[in-house]
Design a protein around this ligand. Structure first.
Ligand code: SF4
Ligand code: SF4
Length: 145
């Protein structure tokens, strides 16, 4: 394990993934995000102006004892993560905003300045980046035990 705290954790960082989203600009973009948030467990957050979707799904290599089943060949994103600023330790990710349901998003949109209205242009890419950008997805505190 990478850290003493991992010994007391149930591998929270191996049970979801976070992927970058195109910054929503249009009414359609925001409606797509509203749809994401209709799904159980899905959250969307903004950090440093960048948008991410977080999906609750465990890694296939996570063992029943909450250890990594492919430790020697685990992905770089898992190797690079430093425990201590993670889910277990309650690290501060510095969210600009966190949306856990549709109403969170609706409240946030209502608070936006009047001059920052969402345009009615059609969405270009269904609110998601292309496949290559997904490969550089931030893992939001995930690094693995
Ligand atoms: S790095 Fe992962 S397994 Fe270790 S304490 Fe943090 S969340 Fe838990
Ligand atoms: S450390 Fe990485 S590869 Fe290993 S179980 Fe966790 S997410 Fe999966």
């Amino acid at each position: 394990m990478g850290s003493i705290c991992c010994e007391h954790c149930t591998a929270a960082c191996c049970k979801y993934l976070a992927l970058p989203l195109d910054k929503p600009k249009t009414a359609r973009d925001f409606d797509d995000i509203r749809w994401y948030l209709m799904h159980q467990g899905v959250t969307v957050f903004i950090e440093d102006g960048d948008w991410y979707i977080q999906l609750p799904t465990p890694c296939r290599h996570l063992r029943p004892d909450n250890l990594c089943g492919t430790y020697e060949t685990r992905p770089k994103i898992c190797r690079e993560y430093k425990a201590g600023e993670c889910d277990y330790s309650g690290g501060n990710y510095g969210y600009d905003a966190l949306f856990q349901c549709e109403s969170d998003l609706a409240s946030w949109l209502q608070k936006r300045k009047p001059g920052k209205r969402v345009s009615g242009r059609a969405s270009r890419s269904n609110g998601q980046k292309d496949a290559s950008s997904r490969t550089t997805a931030r893992r939001n505190g995930r690094g693995g035990p």
